[in-house]
Write a protein that binds this ligand. Structure first.
Ligand SMILES: C[S@@+](CC[C@H](N)C(=O)[O-])C[C@H]1O[C@@H](n2cnc3c(N)ncnc32)[C@H](O)[C@@H]1O
Length: 225
């Protein structure tokens, strides 16, 4: 196990003096995370590159002191690596399944991650008092469904950062009409993690427009464009 979980050199640059927390998280993923079925056993040799570092590099796109919701967090990806790399952020991990939200609560406590909260809920049922600055999501839903769940969680001007991989440009192009209809002000693709992960992370950045705040329960969303 130790060899498979060898810490890549680039991890020090990403996590700095919080590298030990990232190592503890890697061990939790490879231990209880696998035992409890949150990650497949074949993922163990890829825990650092494909999961932890690929998640943490999203930090490049998040400004200082932001309040972040990680939707469909699963075993904590990308929310926990992001919170470890960036203690200046407040992070809410949103996950509906009990088995996963229990793992998240235990992990946040075990690592002593201040500023991280777990909310057991579906994204579309969350009604934040004030919109989040940033929503992150990885491998949760196709873009138009994801935007439908997450744009209402954002303050106007807030951003959805969706880790989408190679298909990101096509997904954004195919969802353009829905994004406009749901009130997105703009959208683009950004890359993150050059020199840290190969291939670099490709991230859909969707900016919430004025209608990006949570609609009242039962309110209909109107066409914006
Ligand atoms: C494929 S997993 C990805 C987990 C994690 N983001 C990752 O990259 O490893 C999808 C996650 O989305 C969660 N999910 C599904 N529907 C959801 C919804 N409506 N709101 C929030 N989370 C949801 C699932 O419970 C699951 O944990």
């Amino acid at each position: 196990m130790d060899d498979v979980l060898a810490v890549p050199d680039s991890a020090s640059a990403v996590f700095g003096d919080r590298l030990e927390l990232a190592v503890a998280y890697a061990e939790r993923l490879a231990g209880p995370g696998i035992e409890r079925g949150l990650l497949g056993p074949r993922e163990v040799p890829r825990i650092w590159d494909r999961h932890i570092l690929n998640s943490a590099v999203v930090a490049e796109l998040v400004d200082e002191g932001r309040i972040v919701a990680d939707v469909g967090s699963g075993a904590g990806l990308p929310g926990i690596p992001l919170a470890i790399a960036r203690p200046d952020l407040e992070v809410v991990l949103i996950e509906p399944l009990l088995r996963r939200s229990d793992f998240l609560t235990e992990t946040v406590a075990a690592l002593g991650l201040e500023g991280v909260r777990v909310l057991r809920s579906r994204a579309e049922d969350v009604r934040p008092r004030a919109g989040f600055d940033v929503v992150t999501a990885r491998a949760v839903a196709p873009m138009d469904r994801l935007a439908g769940w997450t744009l209402p969680l954002l303050r106007p001007g807030g951003v959805l950062l969706a880790l989408k991989g190679r298909s990101v440009s096509e997904e954004l192009r195919d969802s353009a009409a829905s994004l406009a209809r749901m009130g997105a002000a703009s959208w683009r693709v950004e890359e993150a993690g050059a020199g840290v992960v190969d291939p670099v992370a490709r991230i859909a950045v969707v900016v919430a427009g004025r209608r990006g705040t949570a609609p009242k329960q039962g309110a209909r969303q109107r066409r914006t464009n």
